[in-house]
Design a protein around this ligand. Structure first.
Ligand SMILES: [Zn+2]
Length: 92
C-alpha cells in the first residue's frame, strides 16, 4: 500500500515533515489531513491545497506534493514581493 494512503500517526508525521520542507518557504500556515483515502496539505493563508504523492529516489520512498488548488495566491504574491524587495536593496 502506498504511504500517502496510510492513516497512521507515523505517516502523518512524515507528511508534516515533507510539507514543512517542500512548502514552508512560501506557505507559513500549513496543515495536513487524511481525507478521501489519502493525505493532503492545505494553507490557511492562501487556501492552497496539495495532494501528497509517493515518490522514489535512489531506492528510497518519500512524500512529495502536487498542487491541486492555488487558493487566492496570497502567499505566492507575498513571496514575490519579498524577493523583489531583496533585489531592490541590492541595487542601492
Ligand atoms: Zn499559502
Amino acid at each position: 500500500m502506498l504511504k500517502s494512503q496510510i492513516d497512521t500517526p507515523e505517516v502523518e508525521l512524515e507528511v508534516m515533515r515533507a510539507a514543512a520542507q517542500r512548502l514552508n518557504n512560501t506557505h507559513h500556515h500549513l496543515s495536513v489531513a487524511f481525507e478521501h483515502g489519502h493525505w493532503w496539505a492545505s494553507c490557511a493563508d492562501c487556501g492552497g491545497a496539495w495532494d501528497a504523492v509517493d515518490c522514489q529516489r535512489d531506492g528510497a520512498d518519500y512524500i512529495d506534493f502536487e498542487q491541486v488548488s492555488d487558493g487566492d495566491n496570497y502567499c505566492m504574491d507575498e513571496y514575490r514581493r519579498f524577493i523583489a524587495r531583496a533585489h531592490a536593496r541590492r541595487k542601492l
